[in-house]
Structures are given as C-alpha cells and as structure tokens.
Design a protein around this ligand. Structure first.
Ligand code: ADP
Ligand code: MG
Length: 605
C-alpha cells in the first residue's frame, strides 16, 4: 500500500505559513511590505491585543481588481516576478507569492481592495484558508487587510506566542523598520484604537529618525559620509564615537530598502568603529546599503531577513570606509565647539575655601595650580615620564605659558576655559556651548594611543630585545604568511627572521607589552591578522595591542595635574583624530549645553 499522500491545499498552506508567519509581527511585516510594493503614500497599521486578536493594515496603493484579488490568495501567485531572470534581480520587497495565502490559512481574514479608477471594489472573506464570501466592496481606493484570531486553527503555534506586551513590542519594532526605510511614506500605528505613532511623510531620513526617537537622539548621530565603492553605496546616520548600546536593538541595517540581519554587515560595522566602540557594546546605526539588485540574493530565507552578497568583501570594505570617515568627520564638529572665544569664567579667589581631607586648605583654583607648584609633576611617574615626554614631543606644544594663576585673563585665542578639576578626575571646562567634562585618564589614553599608532605607521613602535631569542616552527601556511609580512611585524615591534624551513627566530618584542610566551603571542598575532579584512591596514592588530596597553601608561584618575598640564592635555586631545572617545570606546568628554543647564534649573521648559 502506498504511504505517500499529497497534502490538502489548506494543510500545505498551513505548513508553509509556519515559515512565513511566525508571530503577529511577521504578519505586519508582510502586509506593510505589500503596501509599500503597491506604491502606497500612506499606511496605517492597527493592532489589538498585541496583534493576536486583530491586525489591520490600510493603504492607499494601487489596489487590485477582482480577479487579482482572488488570485493573490493562491499560493505562488505574485505580480512581482515572472521569470528566473526576474528572480536574479529583485527590486520589490515581495516576490514569493506566499504571504497572503499563508496568513489567510491561519486566521480569519478579510481583504477589501479597490483600484483608484474602479467604481466598486472587492471584499473577500476567508476563514482558515477557505474563501467564504466574495462581494462588491465600497471602501476607498487602495487595500485593507484585516487579520483576526491569528493561529486560531493552529494551537501548536498559538502556544508559542508571548505576552500581548511582547508581541506588541515586536510589532512596533517591525513598524519602525519599515518606517525608517521609507520616510517618503506617511505611517501611523494605532494600538487598541488609540494612535500610538503618527509619522508624516518627509524627504529626509533625519526627520523620520527624529519623529520616531526624539530630537535628542540626533545629537548622538552623525550623517554618514556618503560613499560609493564599486557600485556599493553606503548612507544613513550612525552613532558618534563613544555612543553605543548594550544590545543590537538600535543597530538598523537596510540593504536595498530591506531591513536585514547580517553577520557580515555587523562585523563590518564593528571593524569600522574599531576603537570607537566599547567592548561588548553595539553601535547605534541607521545604515543604508544600496547596490545593484543582481549583486545580492534575497531569496535565502522565507521571511527574507537574510541576504547573500555576490561580493561580500566589497560590501564590507564600503561599510568600513564609510564608518571610519564619518567618525573622523565628527571631529570638526567638536573642534568648532572649542574654537570660538569664551568669556572668562568666574573663578573663585584663592584662599581657604575648601578644606581637603588632609587638613590643608585649598580652593577650586588652587586645585588647578597644585598647592605647591614646586612639587614635581605627577603627569607620569619618573620612569615613565621620559616615554610620555618623548611620545608627545613630536606634536607641537601649542601652549607654552608659565604657570599662571588661572584667574588671570585667558588668552584671546583661547578656545576653552578650564574651571577646575572635580574629584581629581574630571576636568571642568567652559566652551561656547556650555559646560564640558573631560575624563583626564580617558583623554590621555586617546592621546597616547594615537601617538603610538602614528609612530607605528611611520617608523615602527619601540621594541625591546629579548634576553634569549626564541626559535619556533609553524605550519607551512602560517610560515608563508609570516614571510610575506615581515615588514608589518617589524613595525609592530616584532623582530623575526627565518631560521630554516618553516622555522623562525624571534628576538625583539614591542617594548610596551609584557610577553612571557613569545611564540604563543606570535601565533595569536597571526590568527588575528589573518582574519582582519584586506582593506583595513594589517597594522590594525598593532592598534589593538597598543589600545590594550596605553591604559597602564596614561595618567590615572587621582593623579593631580597642574594647570599647564591640563591645558596641554586638552589641546592634544582636540588634535586627535577621534578626540571624543578613548581607545576602548569610552567617552573622553561630555558636553552639557547651556540649554540643558537652563532646563535643569527650570529657567526654560
Ligand atoms: P508577494 O508579495 O510575494 O508577491 P503576497 O502573497 O504577499 O506575495 O501578495 C500576492 C500579490 O497580491 C502581490 O504580488 C500583489 O500583486 C498583490 N497584493 C498584495 N497586497 C497588496 C496590496 N496591499 N496592494 C495591492 N496589491 C497587493
Ligand atoms: Mg508580499
């Protein structure tokens, strides 16, 4: 007896629906995508009880005639592709012809649609995949789809739904993704009959981000330095250096207008941020990658969440470059804030204003000068002072004024006014925008890091000779790699030479690292270098080494600095490529604007 049976159509649809319709948010995604493909200018999404009891999507798009409306409910029926050639270059969001029949098979479904020119529209009612009613409808031009009692006939799926709040949150996330990808479309979200979000049409992504997340977020963002690398265009907005999130929830990435999840793109973002991102944190991005649809395969996942690139390296390089250039462009912004002259700050007269715990007397101003200026500088411990000094020597020292009392009139070209040091850690300053707090340790880390990096690129980092050179062998492929990269390793302070077939002798190591096991260290270097992309300089790994170690050499919190030292620290910081975060991605400065202060003091609402 034969055991194989063809599944009845409705059951087959339910099976297929399992892949496309996972939860209420997937219904919203599919329906909104259809509305976008239909050329809608306005889309309204209404939900009740987290979408479990009702989802309604209304658009003013092209609508359908009766035949098409009936066909749209058949599996594999689509107006978007017709041939294999079309499949190779998809420019619409949909193309599988699966969403409507899938959704209709697991819900009580109503489709009402009308073409703009038609006198009457069509209304179709479907129950668990069975068409029950087809009649004339009198709605406005466009399409309305209502999905009630989702999964009412698939108890297994129903059980997997989360709470109403969670499902509503998922829907909202999906809604935001679509709204971000299409600022030119007006969107509204109605929850339990109340308007939750109303987004007017706009021509700019910036306005859409503001309408969704509030105007404050814009302060944390930089517009991507638009770049086109071999046909891969990258645009959008990304978080400034030092701005990050604990989860990926605000890492939005769109490829040809489609929100996607992609390991390749996340890695590229991370690589672009590099030292501007704290470990374990995620960047905040509204990243739009656009490329020829023939270069990307969207037919990878039934829910179309993933894509495959024909040339992933090119996409990655385009992103890394765009992110790097954008982060560095943010520097000009900061520097501008420190350029305009500042009115001299009111500085407390010297005198016994504050009694420190050690019983001596000090004041805000004397904190800056140091109570006895004769005391040797604590900028760096004596043994390291030389190094810190030599590191800084190549950079012109712009301020070279004697140890003045700070209440003396500041120089006319002064870009900022130092007010004092809080808790022996935070430098308080005034600039034209308001108050600035600088973390002296983080700031010094950034300065040392960039200085060492520059040295590494130009003449190589300082290295030190090992007491006993070490000889070791490597597998042939690694050996070959080493031979090709002698010069890079040299710059990183690693002195190595061939010592017979696949064997090497290592005799110098970077001076600023404490390495017990030279061969183990080198193996790690090789592994990490091999995984970095070709585009980024192989010296990147050297940067990582440096970033890990500058921390030890930078001035610490609690190191009291004298006024000229602080001033130099700030000027050196402002001259850095990425002044606003330390090499571990933590912020170095925080600006509190006059407006924020006025708000806090209730002067302005
Ligand atoms: P796909 O989007 O992959 O083509 P769907 O099942 O989502 O498959 O939709 C089937 C077809 O129904 C679409 O190709 C389109 O022609 C039509 N359609 C669906 N939704 C709408 C809508 N909101 N407005 C106009 N036509 C629509
Ligand atoms: Mg579709």
């Amino acid at each position: 007896m034969s055991r194989i049976k063809l599944l009845p159509e409705t059951l087959a649809s339910q099976v297929a629906a399992g892949e496309v319709v996972e939860r209420p948010a997937s219904v919203v995604k599919e329906l909104v995508e259809n509305s976008i493909d239909a050329g809608a200018r306005a889309i309204e999404v209404g939900i009740q009880r987290g979408g479990m009891s009702r989802i309604r999507v209304v658009d003013d798009g092209c609508g359908m005639d009766r035949d098409d409306a009936l066909l749209s409910l058949e599996r594999h029926a689509t107006s978007k592709i017709a041939s294999a050639a079309d499949l190779a270059a998809i420019s619409t969001l949909g193309f599988r012809g699966e969403a409507l029949p899938s959704i209709a098979s697991v819900s009580r479904f109503r489709l009402s649609t009308r073409e703009p020119v038609a006198i009457a529209g069509t209304e179709i009612l479907v129950n668990g995949g069975r068409i029950e009613t087809v009649r004339d409808g009198g709605e406005a031009p466009g399409t309305q789809i209502e999905v009630r009692s989702l999964f009412y006939n698939v108890p297994a799926r129903r059980k997997f739904l989360r709470s109403e709040t969670t499902e509503a949150r998922n829907i909202e996330h999906q809604f935001c993704l679509q709204a971000l990808a299409h600022p030119e479309i007006g969107f509204s979200l109605v929850r339990e009959e109340k308007i939750a979000l109303q987004l007017p049409t706009t021509t700019s992504l910036r306005d859409r981000i503001r309408d969704l997340y509030g105007v404050e977020l814009l302060d944390d963002l930089l517009e991507i330095f638009a770049c086109d690398r071999g046909g891969v265009q990258v645009g959008g907005w990304i978080g400034r250096a030092g701005v990050s999130r604990q989860t990926r929830s605000q890492q939005f990435v769109f490829v040809n207008g489609r929100a996607i999840e992609s390991g390749i793109l996340s890695t590229a973002l991370r690589e672009g941020y590099h030292t501007a991102l704290m470990r374990g944190q995620f960047p905040l991005t509204f990243l739009f990658v656009d490329l020829d649809p023939r270069e990307v395969d969207v037919n990878v996942h039934p829910a179309k969440r993933e894509v495959r690139f024909r040339d992933p390296a090119r996409v990655r390089e385009a992103i890394v470059e765009a992110v790097q250039r954008t982060l560095e462009s943010g520097r000009a912004d900061w520097q501008r804030k420190f350029r305009a002259p500042v009115a001299p700050a009111m500085v407390l007269p010297p005198g016994p204003a504050v009694t420190p715990p050690d019983g001596g007397t000090t004041s805000v101003s004397s904190q800056i000068v140091g109570r006895d200026s004769a005391r040797p500088s604590n900028f760096a411990p004596p043994d390291q002072a030389d190094r810190a000094d030599s590191l800084n020597r190549s950079r012109p020292i712009e301020v070279n004024r004697p140890d003045l009392e700070p209440q003396v009139e500041p120089r006319r070209d002064q870009q900022f006014q130092i007010i004092g040091v809080l808790n022996r850690l935070y430098v308080l300053m005034e600039n034209p925008d308001g108050l600035v707090l600088v973390d002296q340790h983080a700031a010094h880390e950034r300065i040392l890091f960039e200085e060492l990096r520059r040295r590494m690129e130009e003449q190589g980092v300082p290295s030190q000779r090992m007491l006993l050179p070490q000889i070791f062998s490597l597998p042939p492929r690694d050996a070959e790699w080493i031979e090709q990269n002698f010069a890079t390793l040299q710059k990183m302070g690693i002195g190595i030479e061939s010592f017979g077939a696949n064997s090497f002798r290592i005799d110098t190591l970077p001076a600023f690292l404490e390495i017990a096991d030279a061969a183990g260290f080198l193996r790690k270097v090789i592994d990490e270098l091999k995984t970095t992309s070709h585009s980024s300089s192989p010296l990147r790994l050297g940067e990582d080494m440096i970033a890990k170690t500058v921390c030890r050499h930078a001035v610490k919190a609690n190191d009291p600095l004298r006024y000229p030292e602080i001033e130099k620290l700030i000027r050196d910081l402002l001259a850095c490529d990425l002044p606003y975060c330390c090499p571990h991605g933590r912020p170095t400065m925080i600006q509190i604007s006059h407006a924020e202060l006025e708000k806090k003091f209730g002067r302005k609402v």
